[in-house]
Design a protein around this ligand. Sequence first.
Ligand code: HQG
Length: 180
Amino acid sequence: MDQRALVRLSKRMSLALRHQPDQFGLTLDRGGWVPVDDLLTGLGIDRAALEAVVADNDKQRFAVERGDDGVERIRASQGHSIPVDLGLTPAVPPDRLYHGTSRDALDSILDTGLHRGARHHVHLSADVPTARRVGSRRGGEVVVLTVDAAGMAGDGHVFYRSANGVWLTDAVPTAYLTGP
Ligand code: HQG
């Protein structure tokens, strides 16, 4: 499969596993998992295609595990808009984290802080290049905000780290944000 086909399939898998499973005839369990075989059927793809996406994925968006019942299941490691419990445990963040977004959102963010929008959490990056990549999904000029994660943690805000290294928190108040 070429790179474009991989990206296209990764996006369909994200849609099925994070946002609209019913559109593919799927029901996620509490933890967001579905049997791999059900996903293959739902998406109309073969095993090799799925494995290519899971293995190649730049961000390791998908996790595959075999349950105690012997059934192999897959889920998205983060980014859901439907209610799933990823079972994340709180983690101590690095002193600084970063959030990449479009220039158009900057004034509003500096006014009201970072909100999670449709997702479960605000997504933060461990380094500037990653934040830049996240922000560039929006088109237009990219800006990177710096988050005083140590200050937030010290004040009792809880952070989580997804299986694929994305830092998550409920919201970032303006006091902890520095603009570009
Ligand atoms: C913005 C991708 C105005 C925020 C990425 C962002 C990430 C505000 C947008 C993951 C705001 C939400 C999530 C405020 C936040 N005023 N705009 N007060 N507070 N925003 O897509 O962080 O590729 O839900 O800046 O890599 O862009 O799908 O969040 O632009 O990890 O695996 O509201 O999605 O992962 O957009 O990206 P999103 P995000 P995948």
